[in-house]
Design a protein around this ligand. Structure first.
Ligand SMILES: *Cc1c(COP(=O)(O)O)cnc(C)c1O
Length: 337
């Protein structure tokens, strides 16, 4: 199978499996797991924060961040297309009693700070109390500029808001921006990062922030059922993902760019090459036959997500030859062969 559905589908490498098998472990709820503790200390240092927390998923890390920053009856500003608004089951509202205030994302994925300013509630008992702005980088594969993120930080300081980054793919953003990841993360009060996407770990995410923030998040993680025991088995793979994963993300970006150029040559597809910035490629099937295309590709062992637009994601288990196979199969589909 060649799987373009998501960068979450990667299988752990042999080195990860060996590290998992031989990981030193303890009960992490007691703080006894040296491999988890090592990963958290390494991550805090790597991202330039006081503390880090290993979490089961990115969804959990975002939920812990929102609930640690905001209390019952408070609210967070976020993008209308933000993962932590649209794709996390409404968790902040359901479990945290925290109200989202979504704002339409600009075409580049940013949130217009004038629109954010207009959405901040006055200090009036009719309104929820606005506490937090949450950004996402990358968002739909698009990268927020360093200038924009600096402005967002100043905006939050001016309005006494906290600033969270859903950085599930923040290393893709750093690679594309051509900077160290800390040049991005330094603007935020907290950051969530997925180890289980392009970085290649089988399971796990990280939440980063101040020591007091991570202490609140640790309490909430236990409450939400996320206190894992010998979690070093997972953290061992996560450590390899964090140390080595970022070094090869440029290959995924190159493959996505190459795929974009190939798809642009297929007249039945509508694609905007400027939209491909990292490892995610979107294309529309002009005849609306995305589902038929998906099914035809699946018969040849190639998996895609047949939305409108269709989404193709490159990752460490997709090679240049796999991209060539995909393109050839799409051309066969449209030629009726
Ligand atoms: C995947 C993703 C998450 C959630 O991660 P899970 O580990 O799947 O829960 C959060 N934010 C963004 C932007 C993501 O792409």
């Amino acid at each position: 199978m060649i799987d373009f559905r998501s960068d979450t589908v990667t299988r752990p490498t042999q080195a990860m499996r060996q590290a998992m098998a031989s990981a030193e472990v303890g009960d992490d709820v007691y703080g006894d797991d040296p491999t988890v503790n090592g990963l958290e200390a390494y991550a805090a240092d790597r991202f330039g924060f006081e503390s880090a927390l290993f979490t089961a998923t990115g969804t959990q890390a975002n939920l812990l961040a929102i609930m640690s920053h905001c209390g019952r009856g408070e609210e967070y500003l976020c993008g209308q297309s933000a993962h932590n608004y649209r794709y996390e089951g409404g968790g902040a509202a359901v479990l945290g009693s925290v109200q989202p205030q979504p704002i339409e994302n600009e075409p580049d994925g940013s949130i217009d700070l004038n629109k954010a300013r207009a959405a901040i509630k006055a200090d009036d008992f009719h309104f929820a109390m606005t506490r937090l702005l949450s950004l996402e980088n990358t968002i739909g594969g698009k990268v927020l500029s360093l200038d924009y993120q600096r402005e967002a930080r100043a905006f939050c300081d001016d309005h006494q808001l906290l600033l969270h980054l859903d950085g599930a793919r923040v290393f893709n953003a750093a690679v594309k921006t051509g900077c160290d990841v800390t040049e991005i993360t330094r603007h935020y009060d907290s950051v969530s990062v997925c180890l289980s996407k392009g970085l290649g770990a089988p399971v796990g995410s990280l939440l980063l922030g101040s020591e007091a923030f991570i202490m609140r998040a640790t309490r909430l993680r236990k409450m939400l059922g996320g206190g894992m025991r010998q979690a070093g088995i997972l953290a061992a793979a996560g450590r390899i993902a964090l140390e080595q994963g970022p070094l090869r993300l440029h290959e995924d970006h190159d493959n996505a760019e190459y795929l974009t150029a190939c798809l642009a040559d297929i007249p039945q597809l509508d694609i905007n090459p400027a939209q491909t910035q990292t490892n995610i490629v979107y294309a529309r099937c002009r005849s609306g036959r995305a589902v038929a295309l998906r099914d035809a590709l699946a018969e040849q062992g190639i998996l895609i997500t047949a939305g409108d637009p269709i989404r193709f994601v490159t990752h460490l288990d997709v090679s240049r030859q796999d991209v060539d196979q995909l393109v050839a199969a799409i051309k066969r589909f449209y030629s009726g062969a």
